[in-house]
Write a protein that binds this ligand. Structure first.
Ligand code: MN
Ligand code: MN
Length: 316
């Protein structure tokens, strides 16, 4: 065994008991001996339809009690590979989106300064912009895998430049993301204009609408992305749970029919293994619309798979 933090076992304490930290890991502050921090970002004032994703981090943690320490398909052993802890939530100002975005960026500045990688629990998708701003200061322009029903490349919403639907236009404009190393997967449904998905494409991004994913494995798509990107380019993975179909992930603010299956979501994350992943997030889980808890449970498993795909995660 290693000296790394281990999840509290369901054979030592019943899964429905004990502290509800992510994966039943210790809750501890960010220190430079951590490899990976799991950070909650309970923001939902950037959302445009249903609210509730402010409760996402807490509910994903609650459902994560069922996640066990080894990936059976991949044989991945993240808790034998990394020192991982639940470092709690960003202290937002829920009366101000602008101030909250600044608070998120400075929080991540501090985590990254300690040399710690982050896997973040949203919160609405606005949180990804300040995370990318912080990462850019360390890594420069990044590749991006963006799973979503929506392109999130609006210029503005209600006159606002920073909302959950504008972040990737800002990220490209600000040079945080290299659009030629960017892939958007799962886009679909209805838009404000027929050209809505073309903006990122026009900057060189690969856009894979949901219709092109139906009825097939996404493993080849991920293999192509890995071959094109290589092992050195820093890549961020941002997973909006509404990329998945509402039949498997109903608990979200802007659901769209005809989305990816849970298995396809797993293929995307597992297919990120081998890239230089520098951080991940899982956003837009809205527990008030998740009456079965399945959305948060799936999200918790997706977050586990993200840990398994970080570079250096051992396979046994
Ligand atoms: Mn989104
Ligand atoms: Mn979305």
């Amino acid at each position: 065994m290693t000296g790394f933090n281990q999840p509290l076992s369901g054979n030592d304490m019943p899964r429905f008991a004990g502290p509800a930290t992510m994966f039943r890991l210790p809750s501890q502050p960010v220190t430079d001996d951590l490899d990976v921090a799991i950070v909650g970002v309970p923001l939902d004032i950037g959302t445009s339809n249903r609210t509730g994703s402010r409760y996402g981090p807490r509910q994903i943690r609650a459902e994560s009690v069922l996640v066990r320490p080894y990936g059976m398909a991949t044989r991945a052993a993240p808790f034998d590979s990394f020192q991982v802890a639940d470092t709690g939530d960003v202290a937002l100002n829920t009366y101000s989106l602008e101030k909250s975005v600044a608070l998120i960026e400075s929080h991540f500045d501090q985590v990254l300064a300690a040399g710690v990688k982050t896997v973040s629990l949203g919160g609405d998708h606005t949180i990804t912009l300040p995370i990318l701003r912080a990462l850019h200061k360390v890594h420069g322009p990044m590749g991006l895998i963006h799973v979503d029903a929506h392109a999130d490349t609006n210029d503005e919403m209600f006159g606002e430049k920073v909302t959950h639907g504008t972040i990737f236009r800002r990220a490209i404009e600000e040079g945080l993301v290299d659009p030629t190393r960017m892939m958007q997967v799962g886009l679909r449904a209805t838009g404000y204009a027929a050209e809505d998905f073309d903006w990122a494409r026009g900057h060189g991004a690969q856009v894979v609408p949901a219709e092109e994913c139906w009825y097939q494995s996404l493993a080849p798509l991920m293999m192509e992305f890995r071959q094109r990107t290589g092992t050195d380019v820093p890549v961020y993975l941002s997973f909006d749970i509404d990329g998945l179909d509402p039949s498997v992930a109903p608990g979200t603010g802007t659901p769209e029919p005809g989305g990816l299956s849970a298995a396809q979501g797993l293929e995307i994350i597992r297919g990120s293994w081998g890239l230089n992943l520098i951080g991940c997030d899982l956003v837009e889980v809205s527990p008030p619309y998740d009456t079965s808890g399945n959305t948060a449970l799936l999200a918790a498993n997706m977050v586990f798979e993200m840990l398994c795909s970080l570079p250096g995660c051992r396979r046994q």
